[in-house]
Write a protein that binds this ligand. Structure first.
Ligand code: NAP
Length: 263
């Protein structure tokens, strides 16, 4: 993909991987448009990157996606890349009865349904471009469900399956479909967790995004660091091993979560 002459829409571009993508895509010479829900974070991003255009939009709301499509295609008719990055991840004990039904599946609405609806909404526009791309951010967890985050695991396995199917449907078109598969990355995603992630297992966002940029420039359909390649292979050869390994953390989380709920 040529990035220098591209116009790129990044959902959830005000923090973590999205914000780092804003920085590195801008450095590549791309025109960047960013969304998010929090107006203060959008204003902060606009201040830090004056050339970047910010729009408030919630990917879990279909009406917001429809409006975003109208606004972006009107103001930026050259748009040729969308990056479905907006996401959230909660640790969750499904025996905890405090979730209501809408809230319990919020990761599916944001990470998976949001990605599908964005791709569907913008596809007719992207098909009119000489060179275009849909970039979906899944996760290493797509290969190994993490029992502390069951709904997130389901959402990311879904993103990966959707991305693979979409790529096949679009193989004879000008729209390339990329699957970005990060491992654990130091961002704000884990800020609210009662059980913090193991820092030695985490990658920095700048390194991850560097891999994304190289992957896009080289048209690699599946963009992942070495560690995720290992996870993918092990999950095939020894299915169940990594899931059991990750599940060791569930009892710790359950205890901490109980303590938090009683307070
Ligand atoms: N960090 C990791 O370990 C890791 C690993 C694998 C995959 N990923 C994936 O990478 C992506 C980015 O995550 P991150 O780690 O950079 O997290 P982050 O630092 O928490 O950033 C998330 C971004 O998404 C936005 N967002 C959240 N919900 C949204 C919604 N409904 N509509 C629009 N924007 C929304 C947030 O802004 P507002 O809150 O203002 O909306 C923020 O800009 C996610 O899809 C995540 O699942 C992360």
């Amino acid at each position: 993909m040529d990035l220098k002459h591209s116009t790129v829409l990044i959902t959830g571009g005000t923090s973590g991987i999205g914000l780092e993508m804003v920085k590195q895509f801008t450095e590549q010479g791309a025109k960047v448009i960013v969304t998010g829900r929090n107006p203060d974070s959008l204003a902060e991003t606009g201040k830090r990157f004056p050339k970047v255009h910010t729009l408030q939009s919630d990917v879990s709301k279909p009406k917001d996606i429809e409006q975003l499509y109208k606004d972006v295609t009107q103001q930026f008719p050259d748009l040729n890349i969308i990056i479905n990055n907006a996401g959230l991840m909660r640790l969750m004990d499904l025996q905890d009865t405090t979730f209501d039904l809408e809230n319990v599946s919020l990761e599916v609405a944001t990470n998976l349904t949001g990605t599908i609806q964005m791709a569907y909404q913008f596809l007719p526009h992207l098909l009119t471009k000489k060179s275009a791309a849909i970039v979906n951010i899944s996760s290493g967890i797509a290969f190994m469900a993490y029992s502390c985050a069951p709904v997130y695991s389901a959402s990311k396995a879904g993103v990966r399956a959707f991305t693979q199917a979409l790529r096949l449907q679009l193989e004879d078109t000008n729209v390339k479909v990329f699957d970005v598969i990060p491992p654990g990355v130091n961002t704000n995603l884990q800020n609210d967790w009662v059980l913090p992630p193991n820092p030695s297992m985490m990658m920095d966002a700048d390194k991850m995004v560097n891999i994304v940029i190289k992957g896009l420039l080289n048209d690699k359909p599946e963009i992942k660091p070495f560690l995720v390649g290992v996870i993918k292979t092990v999950s095939r050869i020894l299915p169940g091993l990594l899931i059991r390994f990750g599940h060791k953390e569930f009892n710790k989380f359950k205890q901490l979560n109980k303590g938090k709920r009683i307070q």
